[in-house]
Write a protein that binds this ligand. Sequence first.
Ligand code: ADP
Length: 652
Amino acid sequence: MIENSSENELFTVINNMPGGLCVFNFIDQYPYIEVTVWNKYMEKITGFSREEINRTGIFHVCSIKQEQDCINKAFTEMNKKETLIQIKDIADMNRLLKLKISSINTDKIKESYIVLASEIPENTDYGNEVLRIKESETILREVVDNTADLLAIFTPDFRIKYISPSHADVLGYPLEKLKSMRMGDLTYLGEENIIAKFGNDLIKSKETVKCQFKILCADHSFKYLETIGKPLYNNGLLEGYILSSRDVTARVKTEEDLVKSKKRFRTLFNNVNDAIYMYKLDEEGSPSKFVEVNDRACNRLEYTREEMMSMTISDVIPDLKDIISYIIETVESKGNSLYEACAKTKSGRIIPVEINSISLDLNNEKFILSISRDITERKEKERADEFERLRAEFFANISHELRTPVNVIFSALQLINSRINDTSLNAVLYKKYMPVMKQNCYRLVRLINNLIDVTKIDAGFMKLNLSNVDIVDLFESITLSVTQYIEYQGMSLLFDTNVEEKIITCDADKLERIVLNLISNAVKFSKSGDSIFVNLMDTEEKVIISVKDTGIGIAEENQSLIFDRFAQVDKSFARNREGSGIGLSLVKSMVEMHNGTIEVKSQLNKGSEFIITLPVNLVEEKSEIKDTRNYLISDNVEKIKIEFSDIYSSQG
Ligand code: ADP
């Protein structure tokens, strides 16, 4: 019938349809419309005439904001479903409309939409039910729109289906723009993989998936979102994903700042120039294993961190066990304890250190924190200063030593000179002053010899003149050659040995000087009635030579000093018993040139014993064994006089 009807008849039919019909197309841009058909029923249910609605926005009919979304939905679900919308008419009456939109695009009609609308009376069961659902939908939407959390619903292909307005506040985009964006548009550069993984996890998972990522803001900065996502299923079909996010930027930044400052402190901790150790004390008050050490400590002590963590501070500061109770006591009473010690490295190197220990309370646990400073340089400087002091003292002393014999010789010469013409007196004067002058010449020679030797040793010029020598014979001869002299001083000299003969490779001259020096000291620091013992003991691989006296002895605190060059222990005594303080340092150097050692055992007022240990090493026999007997007797009288020149002698 319609086919044959005129246009007028068609309009009559459309206008009298028991339902609304509207045909429109968009002009320029959505949502402005040009309405071509708007039948009477449409006028009745909306209250607008075609002229009124034409060229206005499609939402003009909706005064309830949310209904715009319903219209949008009607478009997205076009051709598929009916959509229920609620509008208000001119008289502000609520009306429920059922809409179905479909599109047409033919040669004659270009891209238009046909809307079929019918009214659902409000007072029917169905109408009420629809209104109730719509109302709770409105409440729900209000809740969702206004939660602080960021809620969004994505379609299965990650288009935004719903996005809560809070996103706009956090990310800075206008809400309308956000609605048209995809997940990819919000991805911050560098976060692609994290977001792609999150998307994949969501696709695979039926449960909630958690993720934290950076999201791009409108001003190109980023915010950290902590997001929980869950796929939405309807009758087993994936409808999309619901994402609930929280802006955790402040928290993450604080955490990052914390990590950064932790890193900064760790770098500082590891790179300070001091070694730092932290440890606890066990019930007995002994240090337990380290709980923390810095890199500097590991490097300095040549251990790896793992090795260090299985050690205690006593392993690296071996002397600590003797003073640990003192340290703890001072830490507790004074707050800290400062002490000097020696740290031992893995390879056995000794480093002088100054350790400052404090007590530290961490999470209700008590620790000792020790900061150890390498004081090698300071110690070396102290040693250099001490050496410098000794040298200055030595020169002051040596000028006295040089001047005294010269003065004696000079005075004797003056005396002889004053009587030079008195021939009757000449012989008496010469006899009286000659020995004095001679002995003082020996003293000068000894001093000069010693000075030359010290210089030679310092310059590395002193060499050993090695030969195979029977040292039993050598020492016996030396002892014999001075026995008479010593007995003259009212003292006794005894030589003892556990072997008849012992041949070693050595420099006989140097050994002779060593022993003469020690015997001369023994005489110098003993008095009439005292005894001197020279012992030689052979233990196969070593020879031990001891020179012992029952003289004045050396106080314990001075025993480590006497081998230092220029050291004179007791100035008041030294002045009585002349000396320059280089004798023992020369002796030590000469013993060490033989790869031997020298030590002293002494007790004040009881006596002293100097013990020399020499290794027994024989060189390939080149020459005969030296006959020390003749050698000594022939030229040793002079040597003895020189070595003994410090001791005032009335014998001459
Ligand atoms: P000096 O030339 O002054 O004797 P030494 O180096 O031989 O120098 O000795 C250093 C110091 O060691 C002496 O000044 C003395 O105080 C002490 N000393 C050395 N030997 C003895 C000894 N047998 N008994 C007591 N003191 C000694």
